[in-house]
Design a protein around this ligand. Structure first.
Ligand code: ZN
Length: 326
């Protein structure tokens, strides 16, 4: 009642008053206020997938830097138009790191592990263990760590800096091609030395727990490997099925929801074989679009689930609305 009266009198003042009076109102003391909190929501998102429970857990945002240096083949004008049309900044491609935990009822499966303690992209990464904790998931309960490939932002969180395992009861699943490539200093080369160091730190201590997965294999119940090479020699995506529902964990099939989608033959600077990567991307996105299969994209905007559809010469990503009711 009091507020109605006050707002009515304010409105009268505004309607009949001068600009000076309005300015005076804006400066009037508030009826209530609070300090700014500077805190954010927990960094996990949970949903049902058939009979399974899926939880996306973040390792934190990964600011990649200047898109013109990381995405190759578009002219600067073409790239700027794509970014501007999608209300994205021109100076920094901000990737997310959307790892996934699937609880099948019988086992807990983690897909990819983030950057661990590496800080080469700044201080916003390395959140995986904290995100798991927020989500109520204990590293000791993880039965399987499945890796799409052996890059630093996917295998970097297997081991703690003191040499202990973050997931002490897990077996580790990756292709032998990726394991052999990224743990071999000569194959990796000096430019990507940190990639070799990270693979050696995180994969080599687990060699006796390593299960090498093969194209087409259902290596865990309801989880099938689909080889998608190019980004790395053994890069693999995963079709997860439960009670008639499907989700495709696409790893690094595409790093950007616009730049590698509108013109999907655009190349990515960190691809081992950019041409093969682009061909794989088109083939797999065609399959996912044609079958309307939902995807989880590791590097898309949080939480990275949605669909792809064909559009023009390429594809468009449709993020799925978050559903906060389980
Ligand atoms: Zn990645």
């Amino acid at each position: 009642m009091t507020h109605d009266v006050i707002s009515l009198s304010r409105r009268r003042l505004l309607q009949g008053g001068s600009a000076m009076m309005a300015a005076g109102l804006a400066g009037a003391p508030a009826f209530a206020k609070a300090p700014m909190l500077g805190t954010q929501a927990p960094y996990f998102y949970r949903f049902k997938l058939g009979n399974a429970e899926a939880t996306i857990v973040s390792d934190g945002p990964l600011p990649l830097g200047d898109p013109h240096k990381n995405f190759l083949g578009l002219t600067p004008a073409e790239m700027d138009k794509q970014l501007t049309d999608n209300f994205l900044p021109l100076d920094n491609a901000l990737l997310e790191q959307n790892a996934l935990v699937v609880n099948t009822g019988d086992r807990l499966v983690l897909f990819d592990t983030g950057l661990g303690s590496l800080s080469i992209f700044g201080k916003t990464t390395g959140k995986l263990m904290a995100s798991l904790k927020q989500a109520g998931i204990d590293g000791k309960d993880i039965d399987a760590v499945v890796m799409s490939h052996a890059h630093i932002d996917h295998c970097g969180g297997c081991m703690a800096d003191d040499g202990t395992r973050h997931f002490p009861n897990a077996q580790y699943y990756i292709t032998q091609a990726d394991y052999d490539f990224w743990t071999d200093e000569k194959k990796v080369g000096p430019d990507l030395k940190v990639f070799w160091e990270t693979a050696v730190k995180n994969l080599t201590p687990n060699k006796d727990r390593m299960v090498f997965i093969k194209d087409g294999q259902e290596f865990l119940p309801g989880i099938q490997a689909i080889l998608a090479p190019g980004h790395t020699v053994g890069h693999t995506i995963f079709m997860i099925s439960s009670a008639g529902k499907q989700l495709c964990y696409i790893g690094d099939l595409t790093h950007h929801p616009v730049l590698l989608m509108e013109k999907p033959l655009t190349e990515f600077a960190y691809d081992t074989d950019p041409k093969a990567s682009a061909q794989t991307r088109v083939k797999m996105l065609n399959m996912l679009a044609g079958n309307r299969i939902p995807i989880l994209a590791y590097h898309f905007a949080w939480p990275g689930i949605g669909h792809v559809a064909k559009q023009g010469d390429g594809f468009r990503y449709y993020p799925e609305p978050m559903n906060m009711v389980l």
